[in-house]
Design a protein around this ligand. Structure first.
Ligand SMILES: *[C@@H]1O[C@H](CO)[C@@H](O)[C@H](O)[C@H]1NC(C)=O
Length: 493
């Protein structure tokens, strides 16, 4: 008797982080249940058959750096996407799981309330599966004591900042966080820029009355990132606990990370498309246009910097590639980039431009379309490794029989997609621009599946997913290398 499946995917080239093969895939009850050589599924029936037509079949994207529905951090600007519009944009670009931030303010003493409030923001409106990193703004005794409960609630990562007045921790506070994170097997993400250097540079520019968007870049010199990266590595090595340096933009910071990794330390690193595709030129545009590309760290000096970041992806320095989707509308004086334009600063002031760019929908397509990464490496950094590092593996990030959710992207067969220029109106976020406007799109997911449902069909209806189908996913511990020593950290006497 024929075996009955929900969906079968035939004639595809399955690509995971470890293999590329002509394989057919069968799906039942939201899971991947069979992965067999092409033509070998045997006597089967299926409610739906998808002919991949020689296209790549990859695990759905996991984007582990996403800001949605966050309170203002830069004076007045607030994030343009909520959980509905952000996850909608994600799914239309092939990202099936996102990990967003649950931000605790400095004035707050608890993380569990922050977690609860963030759950309420996401509940019943997501198109993708999701989880949260707790953003620790105030590592009080009470907040530290809650790490254990966070783990029980399925949260296994935190983020801390070495910059931004509203969030910056000093080194003693960072050590407090790292020590308790080590105890609870939590991975700590670090925004590594030296906040005092940035403030000092900002004052120098203000003295000279230099306010244009491009000076955002000047105010964040590579040195501020390089120093903070090295300091974060040192603090992590001292406590012997894993960290991930988020959004690395500077080759010299990447070199510090590589050296630490070569010494066997559990130092992980992330970069983002901004640092592969944008440079200082994108900040130096006529009028206020450069504000569209204001993010921190800023796009760096030249193509050579981008090339070094690509090299770091290829050679394993970067564990993951995330979007750092942090959306602000451009032409918006109330909540967007233009909130910094007023009577005192008629052409705006770089210091008050909300920091961040949208990119959750374009991350996979632009990176794959650039044809610069080996296919397995592409899957590793955009899906498998974020799943492994943040405790979602092998449920997410893989195409493993009996283990993985049926979260899948089916791409166009190489060279078969009609190329076109990217326009913001093609995207599904709630933002009025993309920093990648006009770039040639060579690849886009043709179909996207989330837990066995076709949620995107590019040529037949586009977005088919349903708001609220996305679920919160409880996360376990990292599947990547942890501390080199076991047990309690001992004071070195
Ligand atoms: C790998 O890339 C990093 C970051 O660009 C660079 O510092 C390092 O030299 C590269 N290592 C090798 C072995 O190529």
């Amino acid at each position: 008797m024929a075996t009955n499946y929900d969906i079968i995917i035939l004639n595809g080239i399955v690509v995971t982080d470890t293999q590329v093969g002509d394989l057919d895939v069968a799906i039942k009850n939201e899971k991947i249940v069979k992965v067999v050589p092409r033509g070998k599924l045997g006597d089967v029936t299926a409610a739906k058959t998808i002919d991949a037509d020689g296209g790549y079949v990859m695990p759905g994207g996991v984007d582990a750096h996403v800001h949605l529905d966050e309170p203002p951090l830069f004076g007045k600007g607030s994030t343009a996407d909520n959980y509905e519009t952000g996850s909608r944009s994600a799914i239309c670009g092939g990202t099936t799981t996102m990990v967003t931030f649950a931000p605790q303010k400095k004035s707050e003493d608890t993380l569990l309330d922050t977690l609860r409030a963030t759950h309420a923001k996401a509940k019943d409106i997501c198109y993708t599966d999701y989880s949260f990193h707790l953003l620790v703004g105030n590592p009080s005794g009470n907040a530290l004591s809650e790490f254990k409960t966070l783990r029980e609630e399925g949260i296994s990562s935190l983020k801390i900042y070495m910059t931004y007045e509203a969030l910056q921790l000093h080194d003693g506070q960072i050590l407090d966080v790292l020590l308790e994170a080590r105890r609870q097997k939590i991975t700590t993400m670090v925004h590594a820029e030296n906040g005092q250097v940035i403030d000092w540079m900002t004052a120098q520019l203000e003295k000279r009355k230099l306010f244009a968007p491009k000076y955002h870049g000047t105010s964040h010199p590579p040195m501020a990132e390089i120093e903070a990266t090295y300091r974060a590595i040192s603090l992590s090595e001292f406590i012997d606990t894993p960290i991930l340096i988020v959004h690395v933009s500077t080759p010299a910071a990447a070199a510090h990370i590589k050296q630490a990794q070569d010494r066997g330390l559990p130092i992980y690193a992330e970069t983002c498309p901004q640092y592969l595709f944008l440079t200082k030129k994108d900040l130096d545009q006529p009028g206020f246009e450069g504000a569209k590309c204001v993010c921190s760290p800023p796009p760096r000096e030249s193509e050579a910097d981008c090339d070094a970041i690509w090299d770091g992806l290829a050679n394993g320095t970067f564990t993951i590639l995330s979007s750092d989707h942090c959306p602000f509308r451009y032409d918006d004086n109330a909540n967007g980039k233009k909130t910094c334009i007023n009577d005192e600063f008629p052409v705006g002031h770089f210091k008050y431009i909300p920091n961040g760019c949208p990119g959750i929908e374009t991350r996979l397509s632009l990176t794959l379309g650039a044809d610069r990464l080996d296919l397995k490496k592409f899957v590793e950094v955009t899906s498998s490794n974020p799943a492994k590092l943040y405790g979602l593996w092998p449920r997410k990030g893989g195409i493993i029989e009996g283990e993985s959710d049926a979260d899948i992207n089916i791409w166009y067969p190489p060279g078969k997609m009609q190329e076109y220029e990217l326009k913001n109106e093609m995207l599904h976020h709630n933002v009025d621009y993309t920093p990648f406007e006009g770039r040639v799109v060579k690849q886009w997911p043709r179909y996207t599946l989330l837990r066995g449902q076709v949620v995107w069909d590019k040529e037949n209806g586009g977005l088919l997913g349903r708001k609220g189908y996305g679920q919160f996913v409880k996360r376990g511990t990292s599947a990547l290398k942890g501390p080199r020593t076991e047990g309690e950290w001992e004071l070195p006497l």
